[in-house]
Design a protein. Structure first.
Lengths: 166, 550
């Protein structure tokens, strides 16, 4: 039986980048996690249409794609805010007061860890350990690491990021 | 590439060096404090001060003293600068031209540096991790050349066995034995996997090695491939380490271009390719069978062993799986000899170990020490003791799988067996120092929450047990627990430890067990009287006393 490739979900050029990733790995089922990384990098989150398309392209059941997408903490099925703020909750950060930083930022933004503000401007997340323990406690703002923060400084820095466009 | 070409390249690099090399740490810790900007302004300052013939600025990996970063080292002048900023950096170059700088000077002979024994981390803070030429200049890839052209695979395995190296991922399985098993296993294909899923919170040794000296790991993997008969390697790295991933990608590309990886390594018949697989945030993927499931594109859930990966691993083929630091030791064992390596450390734990010394301590950062050094030496000697006004209470090793060692046991030597005896484990190398302001029940709950959230859900003892233990710890911490809850907690510790499928569940109770062993009073102080037994409060009651002497 000749294998047919499913068509790209839309005209969006980003699908081509993801397709190239799958091609490089031979459309093999083991390419699943790498492919989901590519989808999340391109779109910021994993939408249903992407999951279905990846399942067809790699010849794996949609249940497995969904299973993998929900198993790993790094993948998100919901769109993220324009800015992200990741508070490291590793041991070194924790003993240096990271929980207070989460509380302070949460109070400032009115959301809990794992949530996005209603205006879609900010997502507050936490990380297991970003490996920058030497400068604990740390927060990652839009991909930039900042260290040795007090809760007040953490909120001040966040304000700075929020006033800049993403 | 041939050996002559390798030597020629090294010579050419050496000849091109300028008189003064200013090394700029560009590892994740320092990068977060604008190390890239610092390098830029210093390069400009070199031009501005007409020093281009004399001074070069080099990007290097981690120097270790992360707590004082960003760091600049000028070895030829015996200078070390700490806490550099983009504003102050140009003055460092001006000082080389006769000017003055008021940047904080560090002491290269500080006990933090002087007490270390560098093997794995020897090159990290000296070479540019994004240039293979830098690595070749200091002798890189000559061990691989020697292995593929002069040694039989069995000789390589023998050397690793003789060195006494044990797995640096935490469990300490003899590396030589593992290699020999994979070498003996029959399979149409074999794989080499490097476990870079450094999931323990508070540990960043592997991140630093991958960011600072990626070629050492690649060379170690290739040597392993030759020794066990594998032609494909996978390097599994956490998604949380973007800098490590990008430097590894650069390193693999350059190694292929130079012909030291890929088809026909050093123009021999040995082929070895390495691909990177990026993790997706699951602690359990540090467990070897879960990691392999993840490489195969599935949920990272472990399976029972045996069969061990050495017999049936990736896609059912024999697979050698070692940790980053283990692979980083290989080149040094081949180059300097198994006997030299075996002379380091203790009788049963050879070599050195890298630790991430963090938490409530004066000098924090990465250290590499010979096995057998005492915890006191590390904490007080290298670490400089507690910050002002604090008193050190315990050291936590091994992350969520390890335990807390109280200050009264700081004379314990750091080796696999001694740490096990005091109720902790070597672990991958996290060493978090805790002071009197840390409540140990809170620490136990912190780790239990971690294990509960990271449990993959496959086996019931771990999935349900960690949740119940977390609830009990939470109850005790909120001063709502009684002696009955504590007894139940201990019973659960025993059950989860003995009946879980994989290492995550089997070791999840460790933080509770060790804090109960050494800091039982902190639990007892939080307990409420059982109904009808009001005397059990505060460790003064009979029940508590009986429990404390258990």
């Amino acid at each position: 039986m000749k294998e047919t490739k499913p068509p790209l979900p839309s005209q969006d050029k980003r699908w081509k980048i993801i397709d190239a990733k799958m091609r490089k790995l031979g459309y093999k089922p083991h390419a699943l996690i790498e492919t989901l990384h590519a989808v999340q990098q391109a779109f910021g989150f994993l939408e249903d249409v992407a999951l279905k398309w990846v399942a067809k392209s790699l010849h794996v059941p949609p249940s497995r794609v969904y299973g993998v997408a929900t198993f790993y903490n790094f993948f998100t099925l919901k769109p993220q805010g324009a800015h992200t703020c990741v508070v490291c909750l590793g041991t070194a950060c924790y003993v240096k007061g990271a929980a207070k930083i989460v509380d302070a930022i949460g109070a400032f933004a009115g959301i809990k860890s794992g949530e996005t503000t209603p205006d879609k401007q900010l997502s507050l997340l936490s990380a297991r350990c970003i490996g920058a323990c030497g400068i604990a406690p740390t927060v990652v703002y839009d991909g930039n690491v900042a260290g040795r923060l007090t809760p007040e400084q953490a909120v001040e820095k966040l304000k700075g990021y929020l006033t800049h466009a993403a | 590439m041939l050996l002559e070409e390798l030597h020629e390249l090294a010579e050419k690099e050496k000849a091109g060096r300028k008189q003064i090399c200013v090394r700029c740490c560009m590892s994740a810790g320092c990068m977060s404090s604008q190390a890239d900007e610092i390098k830029k302004v210093m390069e400009k300052a070199v031009v501005d001060n007409n020093l281009t013939d004399k001074v070069e600025i080099r990007r290097v990996g981690c120097m270790g003293f992360c707590g004082q970063g960003p760091m600049i080292s000028i070895e030829s002048e015996g200078l070390l600068y700490e806490n550099v900023t983009p504003e102050s950096a140009p003055s460092i170059i001006q000082a080389l031209a006769g000017g003055k700088t008021d940047v904080q000077k560090g002491d290269p002979n500080h006990p933090f540096f002087a007490r270390q024994e560098l093997v794995v981390r020897a090159q990290g803070g000296r070479i540019d991790p994004e240039r293979i030429e830098d690595y070749i200049e200091i002798g890189g890839y000559s061990a691989l050349h020697r292995v593929v052209h002069e040694l039989q695979p069995a000789q390589v395995v023998e050397a690793i066995t003789q060195s006494g190296l044990r797995g640096r991922g935490g469990a300490g399985f003899p590396t030589g034995l593992k290699w020999a098993t994979v070498a003996k296993s029959k399979g149409e294909r074999k794989y080499v996997v490097c476990n870079g899923d450094e999931g323990d919170p508070g540990a960043f040794m592997d991140r630093s090695v991958l960011e600072s000296d990626p070629h050492t790991v690649l060379e170690g993997m290739a040597i392993a491939g030759y020794a066990v008969g594998a032609t494909q390697g996978y390097l599994y790295v956490r998604a949380e380490y973007p800098l490590a991933i990008s430097r590894l990608q650069i390193a693999i590309k350059q190694a292929k271009q130079k012909g030291v990886l890929g088809e026909g390594v050093f123009e021999s018949t040995f082929n070895f390719n390495v691909e990177i697989r990026i993790g997706a945030g699951a602690f359990v993927c540090g467990e070897e069978t879960a990691l392999m499931a993840s490489i195969e594109g599935r949920r990272g859930q472990p399976r029972p062993r045996p069969p061990f990966p050495a017999e049936k691993g990736l896609w059912g083929f024999p697979t050698l799986i070692n940790n980053v630091e283990t692979f980083a030791n290989i080149v040094h064992i081949i180059t300097r000899g198994a006997a030299w390596y075996a002379s380091l450390g203790t009788a049963k734990s050879k070599g050195t170990k890298v630790f991430a010394l963090t938490g409530s301590i004066r000098n924090n950062g990465l250290i590499e020490v010979p096995m057998g050094i005492t915890i006191r030496d590390i904490v007080e000697g290298l670490g400089g003791g507690a910050p002002e006004g604090k008193q050190i209470k315990a050291v936590q090793t091994g992350g969520p799988s390890g335990g807390c060692i109280p200050a009264s046991l700081f004379d314990t030597p750091v080796d696999y067996d001694s740490l096990m005896k005091v109720g902790s484990i070597m672990g991958s190398g996290g060493m978090v120092v805790m002071d009197n302001s840390t409540n140990m029940v809170d620490v136990a709950r912190f780790y239990m929450q971690f294990c509960m959230e990271e449990s993959c859900g496959k086996c019931i003892p771990c999935r349900v047990g960690t949740l119940q233990m977390y609830n009990l710890l939470d109850k005790i911490l909120k001063r709502q627990g009684t002696m009955k809850d504590l007894e139940l907690l201990e019973e659960l510790c025993d059950m989860v430890k003995n009946t879980s499928l994989c290492g995550l569940g089997q070791t999840a109770p460790n933080p509770v067990i060790s804090t109960l062993r050494y800091f039982r009073n902190e639990y007892l102080e939080l307990l409420q009287p059982d109904e009808g037994e009001p005397a059990a409060l505060n460790g003064n009651g009979k029940t508590a006393e009986a429990a404390a002497t258990r």
